[in-house]
Design a protein around this ligand. Structure first.
Ligand code: MG
Length: 390
């Protein structure tokens, strides 16, 4: 494998840090050229020094002076703001861009990287949820591979290697069920952020951990799977699999099902995307089937986890609806983390926003950005109106 020159957008988050851990073990195969962070200036400075990057971007412009003065003597170029990210990802010194920012904020820079012809290691699922049709068309147009980093989608992608031109009949998307898998609706309704943030299997950032508790994360992943693998909504089945050992499965016309397995560790799909199609050593825990004993499966409960049903609805109706859903969810999750709304307030806000924001059947990228703003405003107003009355 030729040395790959990497940009990591969102390097101080959970995925970004684990990606750097992968690269740390394979310094001969990867060169880190660009790191970007939203707010965590101290960690960004430390990372930029350790990997001796070409450039670093701090999106929060108020922290520019701090980062710039720290890195100046190391000869590292420092920039501020999202516009800088969008222009730097296209640089000729970059081969592959890992998109690990949180939420819709990742869309503009992902589009910029695709337009510049960079391979995309896609960790920012909201990009495909909000603008899947446009982003996948753009990637085809520029001949850019979208290499999934989300563990389920990496699993599906891995299951498809060597399958020739055989079409997928069905995708079985596994879900851990999150911290509330066995809780009653009443108990879930009263759960605060501290309980929702306790994910049984995966160590992740707070946004995605709350999304796992509501199962909106699985809903976002159903939409992501549709765009990555061109499968109809009714052929994407969610199955609850609490052990998180099978990361997802693909079924073919003859009923054969191919699965990808491993202990939950995000470094595996991150490394697979960065090194694709090579498989490199990884110091992770390997499976011992006799010690595992058994694996269990059950159907998801959309009564207790209504967000999953909303995502299927968004996918079936198409247009800008998934963008609206995603924006309302980002606002509602943030409000829940501030303890301004209840747990089921999140899915209520999302459902009401999906009803309230104008539907656009064939949105342009500008429409998507406008929808995101309109939906955020709509959801924020709903939260303001109902604050403290949950
Ligand atoms: Mg996932």
């Amino acid at each position: 494998m030729n040395k790959r020159r990497v940009a990591i957008l969102g390097s101080t988050g959970s995925i970004g840090r684990q990606a750097l851990d992968v690269i740390r073990q394979h310094r001969d195969l990867f060169e880190v050229e660009l790191l970007t962070a939203n707010n965590s200036s101290e960690l960004l400075i430390a990372q930029a020094r350790e990997f001796d990057v070409n450039s670093a971007v701090i999106c929060n412009e108020e922290k520019y002076d701090e980062v710039a003065s720290a890195l100046q003597k190391d000869g590292i170029k420092v920039f501020a703001g999202m516009d800088s990210v969008c222009s730097l990802v296209g640089g000729s010194n970059i081969d592959i861009v890992l998109t690990a920012m949180v939420g819709f904020s990742g869309l503009a820079s992902t589009v910029a990287a695709i337009k510049a012809g960079k391979a995309i290691a896609l960790a920012n699922k909201e990009t495909l949820v909000a603008a899947g049709s446009l982003v996948t068309a753009l990637a085809r147009e520029h001949g850019v591979p979208l290499l999934p980093v989300d563990s389920e989608h990496s699993a599906i992608f891995q299951c498809l290697q060597g399958c020739g031109n055989n079409r997928i009949s069905r995708i079985h998307l596994t879900a851990s069920g999150g911290p509330f898998r066995e809780w009653s609706r009443e108990k879930i309704a009263a759960a605060g952020p501290r309980e929702a943030l306790r994910h049984p299997n995966w160590q992740m950032g707070s946004k995605i951990t709350i999304d796992s508790a509501t199962m909106m994360n699985k809903g976002l992943e159903v939409i992501e799977a549709k765009w990555l693998f061109d499968v109809e909504p009714e052929d994407i089945r969610v199955v609850v699999h609490p052990e998180s050992i099978i990361h997802s499965m693909v079924e073919f016309a003859d009923g054969a099902v191919i699965a990808q397995l491993g202990h939950p560790d995000m470094r595996e799909p991150i490394q697979y995307a960065l090194a694709y199609p090579q498989r490199l050593n990884l110091d992770n825990r390997k499976l011992d089937f006799a010690a595992l004993g058994s694996l269990s499966f059950s159907a998801p409960d959309t009564e207790r986890f209504p967000a999953l049903g909303l995502a299927y609805e968004a996918l079936r109706r198409g247009g800008n609806l998934a963008c609206t859903m995603n924006a309302a969810n980002e606002i509602a999750v943030a409000a829940y983390l501030r303890e301004e709304i209840s747990f089921y307030g999140i899915s209520d806000i999302v459902a009401e926003t999906m009803d309230g924001v104008e539907f656009v059947a064939s949105p342009s990228l500008d429409d998507i950005f406008a929808t995101n703003e309109a939906a955020k405003e709509y959801a924020s107003a709903l939260i303001e109106k109902r604050k403290g009355r949950w």
